[in-house]
Design a protein around this ligand. Structure first.
Ligand code: DGY
Length: 326
């Protein structure tokens, strides 16, 4: 190499990323896009990080404490292609002095759209109806067939009123829904989008017709939706989750769906993805999506560029990462 050319920092790409993102990464870093899009296991991740300054990683990459401790000393930063960070042991990253950045904001509307999609599919039984059609079981229009519920006038309960919850609140207002939210703190009125704050969890759960979950994963929220809270929901409530699968006690949710206490559930995220808790597969009133929340061309490009903006700040300019989480 030409000694006058500064050595570009090495960047490990753990997955295939959108074309425009990989093109910019290859232009500015010493990196090789992967040819296959299978997640790297722990050993491969550590091995391929040899000589790298940073890792562009994604949800599902096994960045637990043992992996982080085994990373080569050259690695200084993890830029995750996600807003969620529950796949990274942030305490271990902190002990190693690693900078960790994520991708807030740019996926909020896309993820809220998937929450709205699931709400509509559950309320209008769209998944069940489509499966019936494909199975050749439709016998023609009938006055009593596949009646769902209309959204107008219904109470939507948003659990976790961050950026995604706020985007959903704005969309729900357009459907004529009454929006309620439960959050650690009340938002300034300008960010509430007309939604009503509840300080009391029980009152919130007893109020809603549809519960949409937007809380992060991790130990603190594990099985937040348990049998006790499900029992507090009124009969006929719909539950939608686009946050993290670990926040739901699957056995308890399945039991309430099979018993008919809950009308329906729409799930985009699962504990132990890509495995699906078997009880969901046999419940006609469950709509299942394969973690589509941020899966739009616009959001995925923007997420990748946000990762690279953070990497550029730290590795190319020696500045602070604008979206540093640890
Ligand atoms: C996120 O950004 O956290 C999405 O769930 C994709 O991992």
């Amino acid at each position: 190499t030409d000694p006058a050319t500064p050595r570009r920092p090495g960047l490990l790409l753990t997955r295939r990323y959108p074309e425009a993102v990989e093109a910019r990464a290859v232009r500015d870093y010493r990196c090789t896009p992967r040819t296959e899009d299978a997640p790297l296991n722990r050993e491969a991740l550590v091995r391929e990080a040899a000589g790298m300054e940073a890792i562009l990683c994604a949800a599902g990459d096994p960045l637990d404490a043992a992996t982080i401790e085994a990373l080569p000393a050259s690695v200084r930063m993890l830029a995750t292609f996600s807003v969620g960070t529950d796949h990274i042991d942030l305490a271990a990253a902190g002990r190693r002095g690693l900078v960790v950045s994520n991708t807030p904001d740019v996926l909020s509307v896309a993820t809220a759209e998937i929450a709205m999609t699931l709400i509509l599919m559950c309320a209008r039984r769209a998944g069940e109806a489509e499966r019936m059609l494909r199975a050749g079981e439709w016998t023609g229009w009938a006055p009593t067939q596949l009646r769902g519920v209309t959204l107008e006038g219904k109470a939507l309960g948003i659990l976790g009123m961050g950026r995604i919850g706020q985007a959903l609140a704005r969309m729900a207002a357009g459907f004529g829904m009454r929006v309620h939210y439960l959050n650690r703190r009340r938002l300034p009125p300008a960010e509430e989008a007309g939604a009503r704050f509840h300080a009391d969890e029980r009152e919130f759960l007893e109020t809603v017709d549809i519960l949409s979950m937007h809380i992060p994963g991790g130990e603190a929220t594990r099985h937040w939706l348990d049998a006790r809270r499900i029992a507090t929901l009124r009969p006929g409530t719909i539950v939608v989750n686009t946050g993290r699968g670990t926040t739901v006690d699957d056995a308890a949710l399945c039991a309430a769906l099979h018993s008919g206490h809950l009308r329906a559930a729409g799930l985009d995220v699962f504990a132990g993805e890509p495995a699906i808790f078997p009880g969901y597969l046999s419940a006609p009133n469950v709509t299942l999506l394969p973690h589509l929340g941020s899966a739009t061309e616009e959001a995925r490009d923007a997420m990748g560029f946000r990762c690279l903006d953070n990497l550029d700040a730290v590795l190319l300019r020696g500045e602070a990462a604008p979206h540093r989480v640890a």
